[in-house]
Design a protein around this ligand. Structure first.
Ligand code: DX5
Ligand code: ZN
Length: 214
């Protein structure tokens, strides 16, 4: 699969509806929604008050990426707020399984995420329990960082683990994705590319999305 999920973190929140209409017109597949709590990551983004306008004005599925401690307290509210998928960080919790069950019980797709310093092998036991794996290709917390090249080998590793089990678990990559590296990431086995600054910072965002998909 070759999907593009622009990250709303890089949108203009003063003109959010305009940016969402651009996403609606574009070839983007999902809208990636980065929620940061200032504790799991050294940055605070936004929470529930923005889910409402995003659900109202965005026609694309909302791919929620929780960068928060205690995701078990909030995953259900994000499901109720209109998330199409909800992901949280493996390293933020003791046992992800009951939290995955909370999300599944809401009929919402699950995603398990790791930062670049977490061993990718730790995801293997969950490959058959989630809809998607999100490999961070920068340290979670800020848009506009540089892609970490070691991510490429991790994609190939996790793709082969998924394939040898006959699973259809998606691989999403988040951080430093742009029109230059998108093709290589898809070729390595990525299914979904998140792009914030490379979309909203582009002179023609719709063209940037088209180029990444091509
Ligand atoms: C970073 C977020 C990313 C971020 C990506 O913590 O998870 O989704 O918005 O931004 P870019 O594409 O600019 O690296
Ligand atoms: Zn993200």
């Amino acid at each position: 699969m070759k999907l593009i999920a622009p990250s709303v973190l890089s949108a203009d929140f003063g003109h959010l509806a305009d940016d969402l209409q651009m996403i609606n017109r574009s070839e983007a597949d999902w809208l990636h929604v980065d929620v940061m709590d200032g504790t799991f990551v050294p940055n605070i983004s936004f929470g529930f008050p923005l889910m409402e306008p995003m659900r109202k004005y965005c026609t694309k599925p909302l791919d929620v990426h929780l960068m928060i401690v205690h995701p078990e307290k909030y995953v259900e509210r994000f499901c109720d707020a209109g998330a199409w998928s909800v992901g949280f960080h493996l390293e933020a919790v003791d046992d992800p399984s009951p939290i995955l069950d909370q999300i599944k019980a809401k009929g919402v797709r699950t995603c398990l995420t790791i930062n670049p310093d977490i061993d990718v092998k730790r995801l293997v036991p969950y490959l058959d329990k989630v809809d998607m794996i999100l490999l961070m290709s920068v340290f979670a917390g800020f848009g506009g960082q540089k892609f970490i090249p070691e991510t490429m080998d991790k994609i190939r590793f996790i793709k082969s683990e998924i394939d040898c089990r006959g699973l259809s678990t998606l691989i999403e990559i988040d951080g430093g994705v742009n029109t230059q590296n998108a093709a290589e990431l898809f070729a390595a086995g990525a299914d979904v590319l998140v792009a914030g600054s490379a979309v909203f910072g582009a002179p023609d965002p719709e063209q940037a999305i088209r180029e990444m998909k091509a």
